[in-house]
Structure formats: C-alpha cells, structure tokens
Ligand binder design. Structure first.
Ligand code: ZN
Length: 309
C-alpha cells in the first residue's frame, strides 16, 4: 500500500488515493458527512463555508445552512448515513466518530434507541468500515448532569472512546467523568489546544489521562510540552483545513503539524466537519503534500501510524 499511496500523491490522483486505507480519528458525525449526499437528499445546494473568526461564527453558519435543511430524527439519521457514505467513498477503513450527549432527545430520550439507529446505519451503509463509536459531550453541561447521562450511555457497552469539546479552559474540571470512562477502558480524548495554550494541552492531558488530543496544535509553541507529549506518546488528531477555516492557522504551508512531527509528537490527519469544511482525509494528504510540508514517505508513515492505536 505504501507504493500505491506515494504514487497517488505524486501523480495527484484522488481516485487512487481513495483506494488506499486511511483512518479518520476526528469526526463529528452529524457534521462529518458527504456534502453531495446531503445536497442530493435535500435538493438544495449547500454554499461553501467562509473563513470563520471563531466557533461561534461556525455554529451560526451551521444553523443557517445545515440545521434547517436536516430537521428532526430523519435529518439526524441522514447526517449519520452521509458520514458513513463519506468514509466508505474515501477509503477510510478506521473511523472514530462521535455521538454527542443530548442527541438522544431525537430518540424519545433513549440512549439505547439512538445506539440501535447508529448500529443499523453502520451495518446498512458501510459494514466494511471499522467503526469506533465515540461518546462526546459539551463543557457547557454541568458536570453532574453530564456524569449522570454518561452512565446511561456507558451501560450499553457500545462506546469505545470519549471526547469533550466546547470551552477548552473548562476541560480539566471534568476529571470525575473521565475517571469513569477510563474504568470502562475507553480511549480518552479532548478538544484542547485548538484555541487554548500549550500549557492547557499538557494540563488537560495530565489531569484527564488523555490518550489522544483533538487538534492540540497550540502545543507547537512549546518545546517542553512537545517533548512531554512525545515522551507520553499522546497522539494529536489534527484537521488542517478546519484549523485554517477557523482562523487558527494562516495556510497549509505554515501549519504547525510539521513542527509537532519534527519534535517527535505523534500526529494523524483527519476531517473534523466535512459537511462544513468539505475536505476529506484523502484531500488533506494532498493539501499537506502540495504545500511542501511533508514528503510522500513521511505522509505515508503518518497514514500508517494512525492504525497503531
Ligand atoms: Zn473537532
């Protein structure tokens, strides 16, 4: 596969790149699907997203351009279908994809019914994709409420990974919730170092005993934090286009993924929110290659490493 991946990159052949197995370890399911698939279902063109100044602007764009097209349970299920379709089409063999606590409201407030629906869609649309179900929650929900709801999801013994997002600076306070997930053997992740600092990346990883970090790019400003991440073998699941369109990084050429890689930090390349940013894992490999950030061999090593955890 190494030769095939390198040839696809060098020949700028997207169709060939899609045939090479890849992992997507940072995907928000309801925003992670194929745009053309949703456009076809809705009979409406979804505009290209602009460059956002922050998450608030992105959420507003999402509400206007996506949410109103996809209401209720049918809209939700279509989004999940679009995400599995996308993975299948792009040659994503390993998919970590998150369901956010609160989405069970569309399923009579039943975590079980939500899980059945997702299992069914996975089996129907892309059974060949190795799917790691991830439970995610927002920092804005009070800790005790999150903890209680998490119990309902964890007792189904379905989820294998957990993620938290929202206000990065609130993340370390969720230690109690992460202990629970660790006892269950889940992969522990958190969104930090996207808007926050290198020190916050280290603090969150240490306090919550994280295995992987979603984004974490702020760590590139601190050689000490990068050394610590490298020593602890904590992996950063990076989404280059998301970082550019959320104004965290100027362009691919200056993306800090290269600095992180050079300091021995484990990095992977992922999609984040394809319905918004519209760049697949395959396209992200081309983006980094064409920017001259990595050689084809280095990108292949990054691709292969993503299957190691
Ligand atoms: Zn994300």
């Amino acid at each position: 596969m190494k030769d095939r991946f390198i040839a696809a990159l060098q020949q700028n052949n997207l169709a060939e790149m899609r045939k090479v197995p890849k992992a997507d370890l940072h995907n928000h399911s309801t925003r992670g699907g194929n745009k053309r698939y949703i456009e076809k279902w809705c009979g409406t063109k979804i505009p290209d997203c602009p460059k956002f100044r922050d998450l608030h602007e992105m959420n507003q764009w999402n509400a206007i351009n996506l949410k109103r097209l996809l209401p209720g349970r049918p809209g939700y299920e279509k989004r999940i279908e679009a995400a599995f379709e996308q993975a299948k089409m792009d040659g994503v063999h390993l998919l970590h994809m998150s369901v956010t606590i609160g989405e069970e409201a569309l399923f009579d407030n039943s975590a079980e019914k939500l899980v059945y629906a997702i299992q069914d869609i996975h089996q129907r649309v892309a059974p060949e994709v190795i799917f790691i179900p991830e439970i995610a929650f927002l920092t804005y929900t009070p800790i005790d409420e999150t903890s209680e709801k998490l119990d309902q999801f964890l007792e189904l013994n379905y989820f294998k990974s957990m993620d938290i997002f929202g206000d990065e600076f609130a993340v370390p306070a969720f230690k109690k919730v992460f202990r629970k997930a660790k006892d269950k053997g889940l992969i522990l992740k958190a969104h930090v170092g996207e808007f926050g600092t290198a020190e916050l990346v280290r603090q969150a990883a240490e306090v919550l005993e994280l295995d992987q970090i979603q984004h974490g790019i702020a760590a590139a400003s601190s050689p000490q934090v990068m050394k610590w991440l490298s020593d602890q073998q904590i992996q950063l699941n990076i989404c280059p286009t998301s970082n550019i369109l959320l104004s965290r990084v100027e362009n691919y050429q200056t993306h800090p993924i290269r600095i992180l890689y050079d300091h021995g930090v484990r990095v992977t390349v992922n999609s984040d929110d394809m319905l918004i940013f519209d760049q697949s894992v395959s396209q992200e490999f081309f983006n980094l290659y064409h920017a001259g950030l990595f050689s084809a061999e280095e990108l292949n090593e990054i691709r292969e490493d993503a299957f190691a955890n």
